[in-house]
Design a protein around this ligand. Structure first.
Ligand code: AMP
Length: 581
């Protein structure tokens, strides 16, 4: 067999090494998730340490620890570590050597060759320095490839169709956006831009700033001069930030952050996702400005982009997908782990260098979105069944996502939690998988409900709805949520719904097998329910109950195909609306 060649993503914050195993590109693990922090240090005995161990000592021994060396590649400045100075290549070589040893341990053979990735904007000098780092580590660098090229290979190495791809790469400390053209596995970078000092670390800092402000204002404690507490807050901030990618709220708890009048002070602070997004909104807008610039540089309109790929851990923040979807009208792809995607692509290139026709990346993803339905607005029009996806199409499984919902009126007694599968913004155009009735504790309107969907590899979807104030909850399970409908069946549903739009009176009689769940409301009833939803806050409590009952009964009747009943009920609802005014 050919001499093995590994693929290496030598990142600013983290690095990974991957190899083709049984035809599949695979990240090499060593009792971990494969992610090696790009940190090098000298321990107290002067021994070189790399990765997590070095990162852990960074706070207590910054003079013996080097981070983000990638930013200095290609420069001749020497870096101080302990009592000596080193070239950036030498520090990078330590990271590469650690990755080489990991590969040798996992594959049980000696490794002498690698494909290494670099940012598309790297100059010749920076690329040369990367080659030299490889050589110092005992690796012959057979190819240097661009990171966006590697990401495209991870997704598209087997797709024969020519495609234009936008790669949005937001990591811990840097942001890059590139547009590439991939054809027959050959990737050409058309434009590349970004910001070398923007990433997840900035978001952590914003959370830390919020916490120190709270500690100073509400707990009357000054912790800014205390490096240990600050390091703990930074870690807590990152953990909270990551949790907010999946949950609407997080409670940040840190015990013993200081003492006041002989009393120990603990931190307990709730941060909402909405608050967090507001804090980082300016940064996110800057990334979107770069996206616009990348399009301009490539002389392209958003519609010319066939696919958007997410790279870098920070792209797990759902708001990023939302912004890109808004701009491009298509959902970005993050199904290949965004932390590992570049290394997986580097290994595909390495496999090619070895003469292997390798190889795709193993994926378990959901082919559909799953969500629930709420009273809301679509294009500014009040609409009774707005679809709110919780688990998006192409999400890697298992997946768990929560979102926050609000009751509509005071003392609302019940809420019906629906589970839909599909992509349409109108819930009724999607496929209803289940309905669960939740009896609520009397409370003012706008009380918070958290809904969680958990979808596992076997397609079992677990729904949990929790009343935030009391912790009361209901749970439901939908077996075989993914396998239920084939693509053909889904497109059949979609076709029927499209037909329905052109003929609102069509009641689907042509297919008696279709359950109540598939039938959208005729547009006149939908408009009426939208009007009622908009008026509900103005109604007296008795009228509200009556209105909600009528709205539900109308939907049920229309859903069952009993349009006459639905219209009779609609008359009653119209009368209430008339006297409310
Ligand atoms: P990278 O440089 O690509 O390894 O990305 C690392 C950055 O991604 C760090 O700032 C992490 O805190 C951040 N990150 C990882 N997972 C998540 C997540 N689920 N939500 C938000 N940020 C994340």
């Amino acid at each position: 067999m050919e001499e093995p060649i590994v693929g290496i993503d030598l990142g600013t914050t983290n690095s990974e090494v991957a190899f083709i195993i049984d035809g599949l590109s695979t990240v090499l693990l060593d009792n971990d998730n494969g992610i090696v922090p790009s940190v090098v240090g000298l321990d107290a005995d002067g021994r070189i340490i790399v990765g997590r161990e070095a990162l852990n000592q960074a706070v207590i021994a910054p003079d013996r620890t080097v981070q983000s060396v990638k930013r200095l590649m290609g420069r001749s400045d020497r870096i101080q570590m302990g009592g000596s100075t080193y070239l950036p290549q030498e520090i990078s070589a330590c990271i590469l050597k650690a990755l080489k040893e990991r590969a040798e341990k996992c594959l049980q053979k000696s490794i002498g060759k690698a494909v290494i990735t670099v940012p598309a904007y790297f100059t010749d000098a920076q690329r040369q320095a990367t080659r030299e780092a490889g050589e110092i580590a005992g690796l012959n660098v057979v190819r240097i490839i661009n990171e966006p090229t590697a990401a495209s290979l991870a997704y598209e190495s087997h797709n024969p169709t020519a495609q234009t791809i936008l790669i949005y790469d937001l990591g811990g400390g840097t942001f890059d956006v590139s547009i590439v053209r991939i054809e027959d596995g050959i990737v050409e970078v058309l434009s590349s831009t970004g910001d070398n000092h923007l990433g997840g670390d900035d978001f952590d800092q914003k959370v830390v700033d919020r916490l120190t402000a709270h500690i100073s204002e509400d707990l009357s404690l000054d912790v800014i001069g205390n490096p240990v507490v600050m390091a703990r807050l930074k870690r807590a901030a990152e953990t909270a930030k990551i949790a907010l990618s999946y949950e609407p709220f997080v409670r940040i708890e840190e015990d013993h952050i200081g003492k006041k009048l002989f009393r120990t002070i603990h931190l307990s602070y709730e941060l909402s996702c909405a608050d967090f997004i507001e804090m980082i909104q300016d940064d996110l807008s800057r990334t979107m400005d770069s996206v616009t610039k990348a399009l301009e540089d490539a002389s392209m309109l958003p519609s010319a982009i066939d696919k958007i790929i997410l790279v870098g851990g920070s792209t797990r923040i759902p708001e990023i997908s939302r912004m890109l979807e808004e701009k491009f009208g298509q959902m970005p792809h993050g199904e290949i782990d965004p932390d590992l995607c570049v290394a997986l692509g580097a290994a595909i290139q390495a496999g090619r260098e070895m003469g292997l026709d390798s190889s795709s990346v193993l994926l378990d993803i959901t082919p559909y979105s799953f969500g629930t339905s709420v009273l809301g607005e679509l294009n500014g029009i009040p609409t009774p069944h707005v679809y709110v996806p919780l688990i998006r199409r192409n999400t890697k499984l298992p997946a768990s996502r929560s979102d926050l919902f609000f009751t509509v009126y005071d003392n609302q007694a019940q809420v019906e939690v629906t589970v839909y599968q599909g992509e349409s913004p109108h819930a009724l155009d999607n496929v209803l998988l289940g309905k669960f009735l939740f009896n609520l504790t009397p409370a003012p309107s706008n009380s918070k409900l958290i809904i969680n969907f958990n979808l596992d590899l076997n397609g079992i979807l677990k729904m949990q709805a929790i009343e935030k104030s009391t912790g009361n909850k209901i749970e439901g399970v939908i077996e075989n949520a993914i396998g239920r409908f084939s693509d053909t069946e889904i497109s059949k549903f979609r076709q029927r719904v499209d037909d329905m739009w052109s003929d609102p009176e069509n009641t689907f009689e042509s297919d008696p097998a279709n359950g109540a769940s598939g039938r959208p409301l005729p547009s006149d009833l939908e408009t009426l329910i939208g009007k009622a939803a908009a008026k509900i806050e103005e109604a007296s409590p008795e009228d509200r109950d009556e209105m909600v009952n009528l709205m539900e009964d109308i939907q049920d009747a229309a859903g069952d195909g009993r349009l006459e009943d639905a219209r009779a009920l609609a008359k009653e609802l119209e009368e209430i609306l008339f006297y409310i005014g």
